[in-house]
Design a protein around this ligand. Structure first.
Ligand code: SF4
Length: 320
């Protein structure tokens, strides 16, 4: 059985930055550090941080006043900043800059008189945050069925924005339907589906072309971009499963497989991917061939306030 490993896979620049921010907060301020929602959608990352003294909360209510609190990579609605201010929290925002870009687009286009049509998954943290920027000027569309039935004004200016982690092809299908029904619909100058989502989906397509007949996507069940990777394989006739780790692999899946592809969502740590590769090698896998579609070199800086805090603490340390 051949093993094909997708590159790029796993951590994107936004996840890398969010994890760095929480690590730096633990170093600089010490535990407990509060994090609103899962910092990134991965059970291993969350479990490791819990062990280091991070307390995850769904909302800010239980967080004691003035505590160090990090906002997750998925972004929040403006009311969360107001709640944090009221509690005088030491707030560090780990929202991915590419999610912030979509929030800024909401403001810009609403100012320009548009109604926003947001394509995304209802209830996802990112969608809740983006909708919260201008709820009265935003309509959520989840899929092609909703694109066919949604009731928008035929006379109002409409701008389509999207969640950053959607399937590229599905999103285009939804936009096509909307455009047919509402010809005045506009698109932003740059795509909202982020580079990492796009690159990981392209990498799965390359695995299909290289002969993959079964796909394992390593990622947690609440990771939107990981779930989309399974769909990209399935759309090309390749059976696949989303697994959080080796404990979720059913060995029977491998019966008759000649070429297994492995990839991972943008929030999956590399060590979990390596465990999956080991598992496959021990069950007849012959080496690992890496299929590279693009080299990623995007890096996002951690917030300046946090970098300054690190410098201040270092300067205050007694010299030998
Ligand atoms: S998947 Fe894209 S939008 Fe989400 S954190 Fe990563 S780079 Fe940012």
């Amino acid at each position: 059985m051949r093993i094909l490993l997708a590159n790029p896979r796993g951590f994107c620049a936004g996840v890398d930055r969010a994890i760095k921010i929480v690590d730096m907060c633990l170093d600089v301020f010490g535990p407990p550090v509060y994090v609103r929602r899962e910092i990134v959608h991965n059970s291993h990352v969350v479990k490791d941080f819990r062990a280091k003294g991070v307390i995850f909360v769904d909302e800010l209510e239980p967080v004691p006043p003035k505590s160090v609190t990090v906002l997750s990579a998925h972004g929040v609605a403006p009311e969360v900043f107001a709640q944090a201010q009221a509690k005088e929290l030491k707030l560090i925002d780990a929202t991915c800059p590419l999610v912030t870009k979509v929030h800024l687009e909401v403001h810009r286009f609403v100012r320009e008189g548009y109604h926003i049509v947001l394509i995304g998954h209802d209830g996802h943290d990112e969608v809740i945050g983006t909708m919260g920027e201008a709820p009265e000027h935003t309509t959520l569309v989840e899929d092609e069925q909703q694109a066919r039935s949604v009731d928008l004004s035929a006379h109002e200016k409409l701008m389509v924005l999207t969640q950053t982690t959607l399937g590229v092809e599905d999103t285009q299908g939804i936009i096509n339907i909307l455009k047919e029904r509402y010809p005045q619909l506009d698109l932003p100058p740059t795509d909202d589906v982020c580079y990492a989502t796009q690159n990981r989906q392209d990498a799965v397509k390359a695995l299909v072309e290289a002969g993959m007949d079964f796909l394992l996507v390593v990622g947690s069940s609440n990771s939107s971009n990981a779930a989309r990777l399974v769909e990209v394989g399935e759309a090309r006739g390749v059976r696949g499963f989303l697994i959080d780790g080796i404990e979720q692999i059913d060995e029977a899946w491998l019966a008759g497989v000649t070429c297994v592809g492995v990839t991972a969502g943008a929030s999956t740590p590399e060590h979990v991917i390596q465990q999956v590769l080991e598992y496959l090698k021990q069950r007849g896998g012959t080496g690992v061939e890496t299929i590279t579609t693009v080299e990623e070199n995007t890096v996002f800086q951690v917030p300046l306030t946090l970098r300054r805090e690190v410098e201040l603490r270092a300067a205050a340390q007694p010299q030998n």
